[in-house]
Design a protein around this ligand. Structure first.
Ligand code: PMV
Length: 361
């Protein structure tokens, strides 16, 4: 495969965060005078084109960054509290010595804000900050919908905080910090979500292999259909783990077949063969049904999209609700979008973005 670049510490993509001007040149413990007044960073959402869930079990997946972003603004506080505010979720609260005190929303806000707190604590430790932080999140990514919203927020938070504190972290470090936070909160994630939010573009992702960027020139025209039903990635990943434990010889074959789909999908993408890619997406969806992670709402949107002329359609992300994607030739876009609406979903057209995590201010 010649078109891919490996991410390694020599990759030019690593430079982005390291290039952020270091307003703070001191490496001593941070007092207030050496900090930027505020920093802002953003990171993209994603769709998994092929391979969700199989990727948790060691198979590859192909994932695209899309043009919806989470934006995080960070400021230092004069006390040692960590205040996190999510405008879209309508929740906020303080973390003081690992205890949570909600301000907006209920005590349940803790669960949603905790990954950001874990990221903040790690960066405070790395950058030896002696103060607290105000962290504000604003995002155009649907929440708990399979588009990687929580990873995008973690990645953008890590980048904003590093920029604020003048910490010289690379994109690889940002990925690792966000991935560690996900692991603490969600159990056994593959790492695909923080990877795509960090690096952008299209990635070939397989656990324990270097992350590979795919330089694919073909347009991948996708419509996303949101069922509007929220669900938990951690629970769905655990459900598949459970099924695999009980039916290992059967489920292993399904997972294996999933890996084969992704390999053929890569070839179809390189050949610009959207018809084959669509067929593979259809098979991928049926395998995910076999794993028990689809649901009636998703199946309805997938079948409606196929009937309206999509080249292929499948759930994307963890399933159980959230979003599906349809691969659609330009003349069918309106028909497929209308069919998704009629089947009870919210359609939106999406574009790939090559812009991973960036410092905005
Ligand atoms: O639904 P999302 O955006 O959290 O995506 C989950 C993707 C899985 O493959 C199901 C889990 C993982 O960690 O790879």
């Amino acid at each position: 495969m010649h078109n891919e670049e490996f991410y390694s510490s020599s990759s030019d993509l690593i430079i982005r965060l390291a290039e952020v001007p270091l307003l703070n040149q001191e490496l001593d413990d941070h007092g207030d005078s050496s900090l930027k007044t505020h920093a802002k960073a953003s990171a993209p959402a994603k769709v998994i084109l092929l391979g969700e869930h199989f990727v948790v079990h060691g198979e590859p997946a192909i994932v695209l960054a899309i043009d919806r972003r989470a934006v995080v603004t960070a400021k230092a506080r004069s006390d040692s509290k960590i205040f996190i505010d999510s405008e879209d979720l309508g929740i906020s609260g303080f973390f003081i010595d690992d205890k949570f005190y909600h301000k907006k929303g209920s005590i349940k806000a803790k669960e949603k804000l905790e990954p950001i707190y874990v990221v903040a604590k790690e960066i405070i430790r790395k950058c030896r900050l002696k103060k607290g932080l105000d962290i504000k999140i604003k995002s155009s990514i649907p929440i708990a919908a399979g588009l990687g919203s929580s990873a995008a927020v973690s990645v953008a938070s890590a980048a904003a905080l590093c920029s604020l504190l003048g910490c010289d972290e690379t994109d690889d470090d940002i990925f690792q910090i966000a991935f560690n936070a996900e692991k603490l909160i969600h159990g056994t994630p593959s790492g695909i979500d923080p990877a795509i939010s960090t690096y952008g573009g299209i990635l070939w992702y397989r656990k324990s292999e270097p992350i590979k960027r795919l330089n694919i020139n073909v347009e991948i025209p996708l419509i996303i259909g949101n069922t509007g039903k929220q669900r938990s990635t951690g629970e769905l990943v655990a459900k598949v783990n459970n099924l695999r434990r009980r039916y290992a010889p059967i489920i292993d074959k399904v997972i294996n077949a999933g890996g084969e789909i992704v390999k053929r999908g890569l070839k179809a993408l390189k050949d610009g063969d959207l018809k084959t890619l669509g067929e593979l997406m259809n098979i991928n969806h049926e395998l995910l049904c076999a794993l028990g992670v689809s649901c009636e709402e998703l199946d309805n949107l997938v079948h409606a999209a196929r009937k309206a002329g999509a080249l292929g359609a499948k759930l994307t992300g963890a399933g159980g609700g959230g979003c599906m994607i349809a691969l659609v030739s330009p003349e069918k876009i309106k028909d497929v979008a209308d069919a998704i609406t009629d089947a009870g979903g919210e359609p939106f057209i999406t574009r790939k973005t090559d812009i991973g995590v960036i410092i905005e201010e």
